[in-house]
Ligand binder design. Structure first.
Ligand code: HEC
Length: 117
C-alpha cells in the first residue's frame, strides 16, 4: 500500500531544485530590466544605457535606424525625437516610464551634439 501522506510531501531534492530555480529566475529578471538611468546621468550615459543596443554605440544604427549625422532623425524637429522616445514607434518601445523631462532634454541635446558631428 502507498502511504498517501508520504507521497504528497515534497522530497528534499525537489525543494532544492525549486530554490535554485527561483534564484536563477531572479537573476534573469534583474538582468532583463532596462532600469531607470540615474537622475543626474548625462545625455550620453542615458543613450548608452537605453538606446545603444538598438541604435549602435556611435548612433550608426543596428536594429533601429541610424540617428547620427546625415540620418533622417538629424533632419527632424526636437518634437519628433521627443515624441518618438516617449511614445515609441513601430518596434521601438516607449521610454516614458524610464525618463523624466530633464533626462529627456539631456538625451536630445546629446543626440543633437552628435548629429552636428
Ligand atoms: C528595442 C530596440 C530600440 C531601442 C532600445 C530604442 N530604439 Fe529607437 N527605434 C527602434 C526602431 C526599430 C525604430 C524604427 C521604428 C519605425 O519607424 O518603425 C526606432 C526609431 C527611432 C527614432 C526615429 C528615427 C527615424 O529616422 O524615424 C528615433 C529618434 C529613436 N528611435 C530614438 C531612440 C532613442 C533616443 C532611444 C533611447 C532612449 C531609442 N530610440 C531606443 C528601436 C529601438
Amino acid at each position: 500500500m502507498l502511504n498517501l501522506i508520504e507521497v504528497g510531501k515534497p522530497s528534499f531534492p525537489t525543494i532544492d531544485i525549486v530554490r535554485r530555480l527561483s534564484v536563477v529566475m531572479l537573476l534573469v529578471l534583474s538582468a532583463c530590466s532596462v532600469g531607470r538611468p540615474a537622475d543626474d546621468a548625462s545625455g550620453e550615459e542615458i543613450y548608452q544605457q537605453l538606446c545603444a543596443n538598438c541604435h549602435g554605440d556611435d548612433l550608426n544604427g543596428g536594429i533601429g535606424p541610424p540617428l547620427g549625422p546625415g540620418s533622417n532623425a538629424a533632419n527632424q524637429a526636437d518634437a519628433f525625437l521627443e515624441f518618438t522616445i516617449m511614445n515609441g514607434r513601430g518596434r521601438m518601445v516607449s521610454f516614458s516610464s524610464s525618463l523624466n523631462d530633464e533626462q529627456l532634454d539631456r538625451l536630445v541635446v546629446y543626440l543633437r551634439e552628435e548629429q552636428a558631428g
